[in-house]
Write a protein that binds this ligand. Structure first.
Ligand code: GDG
Length: 605
């Protein structure tokens, strides 16, 4: 893979620590991998150290939790392939000191710094499991054993990272091709953006086979295989066919599932359904995606028997249970991070402009992805200034956009469109010392992002379709002063849970977005705080850990005590995630920090 490919997506920065390549040669690396294998292969039925996690857990994802890079003389290894597909967040902060010494190249390790990878890393550490992922780092295979395994974390080796070496051509076909030129636009209901190239499906198949082989090789009868996302629609069936009945195969699909009419556009759509039905458990963020999946099975796999009431599919002798478990964020970390920032820290984030302390600040944070509705949001902001000239100079909208998958033409065009819109709106409304939209494509550390979230008075999430949307939840978690308003698209999965306390928008209705912005900036402070207080309760109560536990609870029922009949894919009916508790502790989080003044400086709108 070339370095431009490596740097074209930028949402995956990591914390970085330094390892000397020489330390990894020979016995050192080999013995640590062996140790990890011993614990993984403990088949005596022993519980893993934390009983809430499955024994012999195998997590599979496109993105890996640790990436090894050669440190170059300029002092920067690329941030890798990341595109936030798994909701990962991260920083690209440099870790330890880097030394160069002739041909002895230093190797750095980028570590997960947020999102799903950071959330699962401690789980794998406690479960002593295995993580299988694409090894996309330049030095990844310099530190692995003959089976492409390395023990991680580097400073406290406790689980096995098994890397899949994917050649550049295969990456282009599987990742930048079928995954993101076909499945992503289809699942987000953009059939017009589907770009079907001749070899992409075949690469997708082959890479799925490679992953499936590695999974089967790592799995035992007691294993739980937990596959992440749409990059692996074909692997589950391959794994199911080659593992014992007692092995559990589960998958979480992080993006929406389309309706049957849209799904039919997908090449090999029945193969995909058969592949996904290799899972004992299939998770979505919200039930309607699961129902659309069932509708597709009903429509295109006549031999399958679909129980829509119980969300079950029987196909070729096995059963797949569909569940909805909405993903949360690591709310504690955003809260802590926001509390520890200096409120003036945001001043240093923008080189070319200053944002006054009394400016009312709107904020958008997104990958530059056509599903996020950024031009639609900008149209709403434009309408807001048309309707409310008194807010010129007093309200600024910061749009933080992270370039993603830029080698795909639809993404490149989208970036251009967004930049043109920003320039046009700024040219139309700017005054001598103020501009309505501050636009940046800089990558911010999680700390910087938290500071920005905390400072923002209004957050706008205007997705045209979004599996969940973590940004909305991160904003709430970081609003530690309890004062801020969320405008949330009714097409984001997050709306199902947060919609009653957020201000709902239809992103395609510019007037409606402008009206809700007006409402947000003129809302009495007491109402803003009341809404935010409730939002914070919801976000803290349904955080990342809660989501993982809900998934593991379901997984435990596949073959465990909760299963009614035993055997592959047999389940009980009730949802183990009762979703009931509202902790007093989390309800009290919207306290602390200085109170902000009311927004109502210009005449109310
Ligand atoms: C997919 C689904 C679902 C972005 N810029 C920076 C940065 N980010 C982080 C955000 C957030 C993540 O990227 C984006 O997550 P989203 O959920 O908003 O969207 P997708 O990337 O499309 O994720 C989505 C998710 O998977 C999980 O299942 O919610 O629906 O599309 O965490 O914070 N993080 C940092 N600096 C940036 O500049 N630190």
């Amino acid at each position: 893979m070339d370095s431009s490919e490596r740097s074209r997506d930028r949402t995956s920065g990591r914390r970085r620590s330094t390892t000397d390549a020489r330390d990894r040669d020979g016995e050192d690396g080999g013995s640590s991998a062996d140790e990890a294998e011993v614990s993984e292969d403990d088949e005596d039925g022993n519980q893993s150290p934390n009983d809430s996690y499955p024994d012999s857990l195998i997590v599979v994802s496109n993105r890996q939790p640790y990436r090894h890079e050669y440190e170059d003389v300029e002092g920067g290894s690329g941030p890798g392939n990341g595109d936030g597909d798994d909701g990962s967040d991260g920083t690209s902060a440099d870790g330890g000191e880097v030394r160069t010494d002739g041909d002895d190249r230093e190797i750095t390790v980028d570590e997960p710094a947020g999102g799903l990878t950071a959330g699962l890393d401690p789980v794998l550490q406690e479960a002593s499991g295995t993580w299988i992922a694409w090894g996309d780092g330049e030095a990844d295979f310099a530190v692995t054993d003959d089976d492409n395994r390395v023990s991680v974390p580097p400073d406290d080796e406790s689980y096995t990272l098994r890397r899949i070496d994917i050649p550049d051509e295969a990456v282009e076909g599987y990742y930048y091709g079928f995954s993101n030129r076909v499945l992503w636009p289809l699942c987000h209901e953009f059939p017009g953006l589907v770009d079907t190239r001749p070899d992409d499906l075949e690469w997708y198949r082959r890479v799925n086979e490679r992953f499936a082989d590695a999974i089967v090789d790592s799995a035992s009868a007691q294993s739980t295989v937990w596959i992440q996302d749409y990059h692996f629609a074909l692997a589950p069936r391959l794994v199911q066919e080659s593992t014992p009945e007692s092995t559990t195969v589960a998958q979480f699909w992080h993006i929406p599932w389309p309706d049957p009419e849209t799904f039919e556009v997908c090449p090999a759509h029945t193969d995909l359904l058969e592949g996904v039905l290799g899972n004992d458990l299939l998770g979505f963020h919200v039930e309607r995606y699961g129902r659309q999946f069932l509708a597709c099975v009903d429509e295109y796999l006549p031999e399958a028997s679909v129980d829509r009431a119980r969300l079950l599919v029987e196909y070729e002798g096995s059963t797949t249970r569909v569940v909805a478990t909405p993903m949360g964020v690591d709310a504690e970390t955003y809260d802590r991070s926001a509390r520890s920032t200096d409120p003036t820290a945001v001043h240093s984030l923008f080189d070319d402009c200053t944002i006054d302390d009394d400016t009312v600040l709107g904020l958008g944070v997104d990958r530059l992805d056509y599903s996020k509705g950024i031009p639609e949001r900008l149209a709403g902001i434009e309408r807001f200034f048309e309707r409310n000239p008194a807010w010129r100079g007093a309200f600024t909208f910061v749009q933080k956009a992270t370039p993603s998958r830029t080698d795909i033409p639809a993404y490149d065009r989208y970036g251009e469109l967004v930049r043109e819109d920003v320039a046009r709106i700024n040219a139309r409304f700017a005054t001598g010392d103020w501009q309505p939209i501050v636009y940046t494509e800089e990558y911010f550390s999680q700390e910087e992002l938290s500071a920005l979230y905390r400072r923002a008075d209004v957050m706008v999430v205007s997705s045209l379709l979004d599996g969940m949307n973590l940004v909305a939840q991160e904003y709430v978690a970081a609003t530690v002063d309890g004062d801020g308003t969320l405008l949330l698209s009714d097409r984001a999965g997050a709306h199902d849970r947060l919609g009653t306390q957020a201000l709902t928008i239809d992103p395609t209705d510019a007037d409606g977005v402008a009206e809700q912005l007006e409402r947000a900036v003129s809302m009495p402070r007491a109402e803003r705080k009341r809404r935010m207080h409730r939002l914070r309760t919801k976000v803290f109560d349904a955080d990342l850990e809660r989501w993982m536990n809900a998934q593991f609870d379901w997984i435990a029922r596949v073959h465990g005590d909760g299963g009614l009949e035993g055997g592959r894919g047999r389940y009980g009916d009730s949802n183990p995630d009762s979703d009931a508790s509202t902790s007093a502790e989390s309800a009290d989080r919207s306290t602390g920090g200085p109170d902000r003044d009311t927004h109502e400086r210009p005449p109310s709108v």
